[in-house]
Design a protein around this ligand. Sequence first.
Ligand SMILES: [Zn+2]
Length: 80
Amino acid sequence: MSICTRRCPFCHADVELGNYILGDILECPDCGSELEVRDPNKVDLKELTREHEGFNPSWVDLSCNPTLVPAPSEKEDWGE
Ligand SMILES: [Zn+2]
């Protein structure tokens, strides 16, 4: 098991993926932004840029799988 880290697309801090899997939502330990673990092949940076202000698309590392993108804001499937 390897510890992989990704960059937060909002603040560029290192975020440990740990045991997170695709589709999980985690919180950046630095800026508190909600991030989604996503298959980089299914990331539409243009759409993300439209939906989220304040994140840097160039910090989304599409060469790493999985990668971190801003979590979708409209559907909050947190449960309780
Ligand atoms: Zn952050």
